[in-house]
Design a protein. Structure first.
Length: 181
């Protein structure tokens, strides 16, 4: 810890189990320690699972911004601890749940270390990161370009869809869900 707070952008994704519940709990876990304070939460976007095994559920992705007094390495370890907590099998009925948490940026810090590369090396080409991020930080740039511009250029931009809460639970949709068809 260094006593001062640095803004960081975190990307979360889940495509197994109760994906929305996993993301909700993960956000709470990520900002649970006093060293990590929540700044903004993006909407959840749905991304078609392209390739991979047939019948794979779509990904749910979102971005949060935080300010943290953790060092980049400490923040990575914290994110990995939250990932590990959600990788466990909680109940046989729901099966395993998966969670991926990436650090997209940590202030202006740059690193080529493979264990923590910053900004995240693939963020500039992933619409599922860039688009939700652009909704909470419209003026943000990456590699000198507006993230919204990068989002529309990304090959997965057309695979994004709003998440309405349907299809994530074997019963009633998430409260507030609105059918868009
Ligand atoms: P993945 O399974 O694709 O999430 O990759 C996890 C690995 O990527 C871990 O071993 C991390 O040390 C490494 N890594 C490198 N840069 C980052 C980053 N910016 N955010 C999260 N993990 C990273």
């Amino acid at each position: 810890m260094n006593g001062t707070y640095t803004k960081a952008v975190l990307a979360l994704g889940s495509n197994l189990g109760e994906r929305n519940e996993t993301l909700t709990e993960a956000v709470a876990d990520l900002v649970d320690p006093p060293e990590v304070r929540l700044l903004a939460v993006s909407p959840i976007v749905q991304t078609k699972a392209v390739g991979g095994p047939a019948g794979q559920p779509d990904f749910l992705n979102m971005v949060i911004t935080v300010e943290t007094s953790l060092t980049p390495q400490e923040l990575l370890e914290h994110c990995q601890a939250v990932e590990n907590k959600h990788h466990r099998v909680r109940e046989v009925h729901w099966g395993p749940r998966t969670l991926d948490v990436d650090i997209i940026t940590y202030g202006d810090f740059r690193s080529n270390d493979p264990t923590l590369t910053l900004p995240h090396p693939r963020a500039a080409s992933r619409a599922f990161v860039l688009y939700p991020w652009s909704l909470i930080e419209p003026a943000a740039t990456l590699d000198g370009e507006r993230i919204s511009t990068l989002a529309t250029r990304a090959s997965d931009f057309g695979d994004l869809a709003p998440f309405d809460g349907f299809g994530d639970f074997d019963g009633m949709p998430t409260a507030g869900a609105v059918e868009e068809r």
